[in-house]
Design a protein around this ligand. Structure first.
Ligand code: PMP
Length: 363
């Protein structure tokens, strides 16, 4: 959708000319554009989900459990690190979790800071909460330099810092030293968006380890990626209970439907199976990165389930040529780069064949 029928309406001025966020949802054979887990649940889990939905259907005349305490307890148990339901918040995707964070801690006259290139929804959360949004550049290799980060904080005195690890769209993991420096220097809250953490190389520390004694730090996660639950819409955040209470003030009552809560709990009860493809996808990512390097391309070092590669004088032409061959990837990131998600062996083979064809025809 490129144009909207909003002209003539008394829209907020900052929304005039804006379009709804989202990658194209196209019905093509190979979809490697939104970093989903390509492996769906087994029939056994599908049956459990169906039974749970049937049970909750009998009570759909009632509002759901408003604070989703049982689900939050399950999420806390999944995260470990001694966390309890009081340390965990949950919403319809981590997008909604982040909106809650900005509704509680940003707003008019307040500033949100991030390090670019990064997740392209952050400026939208800021716009929608009437907050100023400021970015500072990442280093050439997409890492965040500690001194530069601290200088950025001192210059802007942000109310909210959003940092992504592993970062989207570059795949770059953040070292704990950077997170600690950001929290220490920052007057406001710091959220580490770990949407892709489960795909990080073994031993990559999570910012969850840094939570004790840091009440202004939060770590957000999602069930959309490694957990193979993008359609279930469940994102969550771990922080000090006081931080969670702040988010409870701004959430809409009954924001998580009974069906969402029950289905997410079934998925969590089957965590082993839901996460079973993570190792395979890590391998697919590493293989993909090595293959792209072998093809003479530049590849950003990735700890996520996607790879950013380039650089192309006309990346849109390449994106389109791949789409013409039934392979959908993402035109995102710094100019000249493209992002491709790790997929099944068949999807990876289709991507490689298509890219080879396009690059060879250009040679
Ligand atoms: N954070 C990052 C870094 C992401 O890439 C995404 C999804 N692309 C999200 C958050 C939001 O995911 P969801 O709302 O599905 O939990």
């Amino acid at each position: 959708m490129s144009t909207l029928a909003t002209s003539g309406l008394p829209l907020r001025p900052e929304l005039v000319g804006e379009v709804p966020y989202g990658a194209p949802q196209l019905d093509v054979p190979v979809r490697l554009n939104v970093n989903e887990n390509p492996y769906g649940p087994s029939e056994a889990v599908v049956a459990q989900i169906a039974a749970a939905v049937a049970a909750s259907a009998r009570e759909l005349n009632r509002y759901p459990e408003r604070d989703a305490v049982a689900l939050r307890a399950d999420l806390a148990a999944y995260l470990g690190h001694g966390l309890t339901a009081d340390h965990v918040w949950a919403a319809n995707g981590s997008n909604e979790v982040m909106l809650h964070v900005l509704q509680a801690f940003a707003g008019p006259g307040r500033t949100v800071l991030s390090f670019a290139p990064t997740y392209s929804m952050y400026p939208e959360y800021a716009r929608d909460t009437h907050s100023a949004f400021v970015t500072f550049p990442r280093a050439e290799d997409f890492t965040i330099d500690v001194d530069a980060a601290v200088a950025a904080i001192e210059e802007t005195r942000p109310d909210v810092v959003l940092v992504t690890s592993p970062n989207n769209p570059t795949g770059t993991a953040l070292s704990p030293e950077v997170v600690v420096a950001l929290v220490d220097a920052s007057p406001g809250v710091v959220v580490v968006d770990e949407a892709y953490h489960e795909f990080a190389r073994t031993g990559t520390p999570s910012a969850l380890e840094l939570l004790p004694g840091r009440p202004r730090l939060a770590v957000s996660r999602t069930m959309s990626k490694a957990f193979a639950f993008a359609g279930g819409r469940l994102g969550y955040l771990a922080a000090d209970p006081a931080f969670v209470d702040a988010l409870r003030i701004v959430r809409l009552p009954y924001h998580l439907s009974a069906v969402t809560q029950t289905v997410a709990r079934v998925a969590l009860a089957n965590a082993g199976e839901m996460l079973a493809a993570v190792d395979r996808l890590r391998e697919a990512r590493d293989d993909l990165a090595a293959w792209l390097v072998g093809r003479g391309l530049e590849v950003a070092d990735s700890d996520a389930n996607f790879v950013l590669f380039g650089r192309f004088a006309d990346r849109h032409a390449l994106w389109q040529a791949l789409l013409d061959r039934g392979v959908l990837i993402r035109e995102v990131g710094p100019p000249g780069w493209l992002r491709v998600s790790a997929g099944t062996p068949e999807e990876m083979a289709a991507f490689k064949t298509a890219l080879d064809e396009v690059l060879t025809s250009d040679d």
